[in-house]
Design a protein around this ligand. Structure first.
Ligand code: PRP
Length: 207
């Protein structure tokens, strides 16, 4: 799918941010992916949909409701940090699955794949638990920033190398609940004014 352009309307933040993918386009993508996944697992034991906290939560919620089969839902939380200059990025599990995935169909649900480091780690870690099958569905693919190649069986949108917030994704913990996906064009300005988007998104309750 190709992202469409939108407008937040006239505001002081115009120029700093714009709608990259509208809520309607997001809903269409969830409906299509939900149908695709339902067909794959129709007649099988319910797949385990693994949400990667926290960014994937809104996508996961919409995706599973767009599926026409029963599913199990579980979550993982991952942290990644650079151990130092020219050191490899270290990824570790902060919260593990509650389900035993051995012999089960598993779908990793990601909001965005960027460098690919998180997903590479996750796929390896989950593969070692011997699931019946392992797939990844991602809402966004920012492939221009890929460091390691990763397998993406299902993907809704390829996006350019822009910083995005909304629909689960955050800037310093904020703006995850924007129903539209926003592209931040002026990241330094948002960094200086972290509440910049309050007024255009939430009607100015920024007091
Ligand atoms: C995001 C996203 C992926 C990861 C992708 O999570 O949800 O898990 O980054 O990046 P990568 O391909 O470069 O590894 P983030 O670290 O922003 O945490 P959050 O979902 O809790 O906001």
């Amino acid at each position: 799918m190709t992202p469409g352009d939108g407008s937040l309307g006239a505001s002081e933040a115009t120029g700093s941010v714009e709608i990259l993918i509208t809520r309607e386009q997001l809903a269409t993508a969830c409906a299509e992916l939900g149908e695709e996944l339902s067909q794959i697992f129709e007649g099988s034991e319910p797949p385990i949909m693994v949400g990667v906290l926290k960014g994937s939560t809104l996508f996961l919620a919409d995706l599973v409701r767009a599926m026409s089969i029963d599913v199990a839902v579980d979550f993982m939380a991952i942290s990644s940090y650079e151990a130092g200059a020219s050191q490899p990025t270290v990824v570790r599990i902060l919260k593990d699955l509650e389900n035993d995935i051995g012999g089960r169909d598993v779908v990793i649900v990601e909001d965005i794949v960027d460098t690919g480091l998180t997903l590479t780690y996750l796929r390896k870690a989950l593969s070692e638990r011997r699931p019946r099958s392992l797939r990844t569905v991602t809402l966004l693919d920012k492939s221009a920033r890929r460091i390691v190649p990763v397998t993406l069986e299902h993907r809704a949108f390829e996006i350019p190398d822009v910083f995005v917030v909304g629909y689960g994704m955050d800037f310093q913990g904020r703006y995850r609940n924007s129903p539209d996906l926003l592209a931040v064009r002026d990241l330094p300005r948002l960094a200086n004014e972290p509440r910049l988007l309050d007024r255009p998104l939430f009607g100015g309750r920024d007091g």
